[in-house]
Every structure is written in C-alpha cells, then in structure tokens.
Design a protein around this ligand. Structure first.
Ligand code: IMP
Ligand code: MG
Length: 176
C-alpha cells in the first residue's frame, strides 16, 4: 500500500519481516564478535531508535547503550551542516564502541561524530548501519555491519523520516 507524507507518495520497498530477519542476523554476528566483552552501543537519534531496540533485543551478552543526537537532513537532501543536540554523557575511555545508525548516506554525520568520539579514547570503534547508500558516500566511513545496501533513493519508515513524518511505519518505503 502507498503512503503519503507531506507532498510526496512512497511505495513499499523493504518489508518488516526482511528487516527483522536481517537485524537478527546482525545481532547474532555482533554477539559472536564481542563474546566476553561488554560493548557500549551508541545509538544515533532519532532515526536509529527502532534499529537499536530490535538489535539489542536480539543481542546475547552484557552490553550498555547510550544515545546521541545529530541532525543533517532537511526534506530529502543532506544539508551538509551537521548539528549536535544530545552529546556523549558516559565515560567511553577504554571501551569497545558500536555505533548504531539508521542509514549512512554521504557519511558526513558519522565523520563529524567519529572526530568527537575519538577524543574520548575508546579501545575500539565499529559501525553498524541498517542501510547504506554506497554511491552517495563522500567521507571515508567504513561500515562494519550493514543491513541493506540501497541505491541513492529517498526512503522512509522504520525510524526514517521525511520532514518529521514516516518514522512510525514498520516497513521501509521509497519515494515515487
Ligand atoms: P549523512 O550525514 O549524509 O550520511 O546522512 C545521514 C543521516 O541523514 C541519516 O542518519 C538519516 O537521518 C538521514 N538520511 C539519509 N538518507 C536518508 C533517506 O533516504 N531517508 C531519510 N533520512 C535519510
Ligand atoms: Mg539519522
């Protein structure tokens, strides 16, 4: 079924069951990779809130979770200016960090965040992103755990928004 948000129509793209299966697989892989460790998951608000919840429900082992908030999008275009409104409020020195993102587009948001994160002298940093637009990448970001690689189309749902709307949908939709 199509959905309409503001002035645009969106059609189904990735179904809930496919999203959940992929996240379960990533959770299993991270659980294996971090066996015996207590990683800190850092979730990038707002978009990564579903991804964070579903991944952590399937993570097996001890872990911590913390949230930061950055913003770079206006409408359907990355603005290039990244602003932070919620920062790091836990001691990350010597910790194993796994950043959780909804989508890596140009990579600007993560490159700004990584610069700040490394000042906290973590032991290790990895990135898990539900979605990746490999052809949009402009910054040297290496995504260690990727859910789905997609073309440069604008998508919404499962945490992702178009000017504030669409985050609540269980499926992912692509603009018509
Ligand atoms: P980047 O800084 O260009 O990598 O953009 C990353 C952020 O832009 C993501 O965390 C999303 O919040 C947002 N974003 C990128 N692509 C899309 C999209 O297709 N739909 C909705 N939001 C997007
Ligand atoms: Mg985001």
């Amino acid at each position: 079924m199509m959905i309409t948000l503001h002035d645009k129509s969106f059609e189904p793209y990735i179904k809930e069951v496919a999203i959940q299966n992929r996240i379960n697989a990533i959770a299993e892989q991270i659980s294996d990779d971090y066996k015996g460790k207590t990683p800190v998951f850092i979730s990038m608000l707002n978009g990564a809130f579903w991804f964070t919840a579903d991944l952590l429900k399937n993570y097996d082992g001890n872990c911590e979770v913390s949230f930061v908030k950055f913003k770079s999008y206006h409408g359907t275009e990355s603005t290039g200016t990244v602003t932070q409104s919620v920062g790091i409020d836990v001691d990350l020195s010597g910790r194993d960090i796994i950043i959780l993102e909804d989508i890596v587009d140009t990579g600007k948001t993560l490159s700004v965040f990584l610069d700040e994160l490394f000042k906290h002298t973590p032991a290790s940093v990895k990135i898990a992103s539900l979605l990746l637009k490999p052809n949009a990448l402009k910054y040297p970001i290496k995504v260690d755990y990727t859910g789905f690689e997609i073309p440069n189309d604008f998508i919404v749902g499962y945490g992702l928004d178009y000017d504030g709307l669409g985050r609540n949908y269980k499926d992912i939709y692509v603009v018509k």
